[in-house]
Write a protein that binds this ligand. Structure first.
Ligand SMILES: CC(C)(COP(=O)(O)OP(=O)(O)OC[C@H]1O[C@@H](n2cnc3c(N)ncnc32)[C@H](O)[C@@H]1OP(=O)(O)O)[C@@H](O)C(=O)NCCC(=O)NCCS
Length: 173
């Protein structure tokens, strides 16, 4: 059996063996994005129509992370002219802690650098420990706070505004 076929056979037994791809959003991405977004943000899913309108905005771009034939993660971004805003990012629960979000963010960083944008900015809920750790590991730093920004079943959570200055981004090394 060739090495390639062996990899395919192993991948069928263990999907984590499949080579990961990070690809730009294809045409019609709003449908898989809506499924991914709903699985990642069950309390605030974005519908495919809203996602299609968002993707169509000037400066919008993004990537899907694939494992084999399955999209398992996404990032949506907007070029604001003077910086790059990460609008949404998610990885399906069973594929987390495998470095997929980091790979997606590295794609964003490379693209932002290619566009000569000096920084990335995003909002993250103060109670989102996973995302907070992810962004801190990449060097994002807090630059602001929006009190009671996110609705929660038991009240509200603040949003932290985080910024990454691209000159110092570790992922770019
Ligand atoms: C946040 C999220 C995108 C992370 O995706 P992921 O693919 O699991 O992240 P990665 O595997 O790339 O993690 C990279 C690093 O981030 C940190 N991290 C990620 N998830 C973490 C967790 N649950 N707890 C602690 N640290 C975490 C770790 O430092 C991790 O490195 P390590 O695994 O070597 O320790 C994912 O948990 C998710 O989709 N959550 C729901 C949607 C969401 O909150 N999106 C962000 C909104 S701002």
């Amino acid at each position: 059996m060739s090495a390639f076929r062996k990899l395919g056979a192993a991948a069928r037994r263990d999907p984590s063996v499949v080579t990961r791809r990070i690809d730009p959003l294809p045409a019609g991405a709003e449908e898989p994005l809506a499924i991914l977004h709903g699985a990642c943000f069950p309390d605030d899913p974005w519908e495919s129509g809203a996602l299609a309108r968002l993707i169509a905005l000037t400066g919008s771009f993004g990537w899907l992370a694939w494992e084999g034939r399955a999209p398992v993660g996404f990032v949506l971004v907007r070029d604001l002219g003077n910086e790059c805003e990460i609008l949404s990012l998610g990885v399906l629960p069973r594929w987390r802690r495998l470095g997929i979000a980091q790979d997606l963010l590295r794609a964003v960083i490379a693209e932002a650098r290619g566009r000569s944008l000096p920084s990335l900015v995003l909002e993250v809920a103060t109670d989102n420990d996973a995302a907070g750790a992810l962004y801190a590991a990449l060097g994002f730093a807090p630059v602001g706070r929006r009190p009671r920004y996110y609705r929660r079943p038991d009240g509200r959570a603040d949003a932290l505004i985080l910024r990454l200055a691209l000159e110092s981004a570790p992922a770019a090394r």
